[in-house]
Design a protein around this ligand. Sequence first.
Ligand code: SF4
Ligand code: SF4
Length: 384
Amino acid sequence: MTQAAVAPYQDAIDIIKEEGGEICKLCYQCGTCTATCPWNLVRSFMVRKAMHQAQLGLIDFESEDMWLCVTCKWCVDRCPRGVEIIDVWRSFRRAIVEMGIAGIPDSIRFTQKNISGVGNPQGEDRNKRTGWAGEAGVKTFTKGMEVLYFACCYNAYDPKLIRVAKATAKIMEKAGISFGILGNEQNCCGESIRKAGAEETFKSMVKTNIESFNKAGVQKIMVSSPHCYHTLKNEYAELGGKFEVLHSAQFLAQLIKEGKIKPTKEIKKVVTLHDSCYLGRHNKIYDDPRFVLKSIPGIQLVEMYNNRENGLCCGGGGGRIWAETKKGERFSDMRIEQAIEAKANVLAAACPYCMANFEDSVVTMDKGSVIEVKEIVELVAESL
Ligand code: SF4
Ligand code: SF4
């Protein structure tokens, strides 16, 4: 432990208390969190020890461990004392980011700067955000429209994931939904930087977004990302933004149940579903994506070893989507292996971070001839 680490920074301790990090006092050191944490499948990550250090106010702020937690919530759900372990990690990160008391990974610094500067984590041109929508003929949201489609920065900018935004728009058009998108002034939802400790940047982003939603007359928002879903539904509400928020998996399930769309074209594939942490453990949405996949004729749905409440994170939560993870430590690689073991030829996901990580893993593991990665909206669009 470095000397800086053991110094009892009172201001940092105050931030930790404000963020709810003091809840670690409930911890009785059983070690269930360490045993549950997926990092310990690939390297050592002593979650219990960090909770103890926090109890003593002797936090090793310089440790690489500060930036590992992917906020997958597995340990939180199993902790017998109800310790909000994610909030404890987030409070450490906030103390580092806001007080500069230890090094901040470049990935976090750049992401924060990009979001503050151009409204998206990738640092892409703000004026190109709606490029995908122009190609797909999607309109700008106007008062009286039923749904605002909030596509996620990843789906809006990443050339490999624009197809997800386009497939979503195609389905909504087929279903006769009156919908639009915000223009280029749309900003990132801010979820990942909040989990990475940039609380003030997050709050200012939320304020701007709530103002744009209210100005446009938005009441119902449909999102592609479970991260946008979680933050818009649960965290914006705490900051005064009250909107009806639906994830695309829920929306598709509704459209199918109401008979507004009917998948009819057969897709003869063995498909397995990856439960993203923010749809699954954080928001308990397990059945809707499975219902959607089972509604597609020809699909045989199989489960991977880790599924539903025991889903294995793709590695992209908690701001780690912007970080480089060493080969041999990537959860997404393990997930590809699990999908292949389940004898699936399609790994279905409903999250842009999971999609990006799995697609990278398929390439780096050279498994493209064995398994494909598909968003569930793509499969539905193919079947209509
Ligand atoms: S599972 Fe909960 S009580 Fe047990 S060591 Fe972890 S934080 Fe403490
Ligand atoms: S939330 Fe997930 S990654 Fe973070 S400490 Fe808990 S189990 Fe580990």
